[in-house]
Design a binder for this molecule. Structure first.
Ligand code: AMP
Ligand code: ZN
Length: 136
């Protein structure tokens, strides 16, 4: 389950070098080349799935367990005071590499802004309508 044109397939499977933090049969965790913060890492499955929609359920569970393992290690080794998990799906969401990856972004008490949005102010009726749309 590889995509020959995919850079993350090549990195995950060791054909292209990376700064690897962890590796097992199914995953490689690497340092991001354009880090948001010190220690910004990516969890890559070795098999090719474009995004969360394609990721099998059992892999979803594995990825989150691995995220926790890495989060604990990063807190211990980097001394970060917080951590964001970010996972982009689709161009509109900012996904630039179409191979599922989970960002691990250590945070420090430096006031930097990484994941931010302006809170909206929908009416109760609007919220109820959206709720009903999604619940179907
Ligand atoms: P996204 O915008 O969620 O698709 O994130 C893609 C991430 O991959 C960005 O943070 C890039 O800095 C990172 N990236 C792209 N190419 C490489 C690479 N060859 N090695 C490590 N990180 C990469
Ligand atoms: Zn791939």
């Amino acid at each position: 389950m590889r995509d020959e044109a995919c850079i993350f397939c090549k990195i995950a499977n060791g054909e292209v070098p990376s700064n690897t933090l962890y590796e097992d049969d199914g995953y490689r965790v690497i340092l991001d080349l354009g880090p948001a913060t010190r220690g910004h890492a990516l969890i890559l499955p070795k098999d090719h799935y474009a995004d969360l929609y394609e990721l099998p359920d059992e892999k979803c569970a594995e990825v989150m367990k691995l995220a926790k393992k890495m989060a604990l290690r990063m807190r211990e080794k980097l001394g970060c005071s917080g951590l964001n998990l970010v996972q982009n799906n689709g161009e509109s969401a900012g996904q630039t590499v179409r191979h599922f990856h989970l960002h691990l972004i250590p945070r420090y008490d430096d006031g930097s802004k990484i994941v931010e949005w302006t809170p909206g102010n929908p009416s109760p009726e609007e919220l109820a309508q959206i709720r009903d749309t999604i619940r179907g």
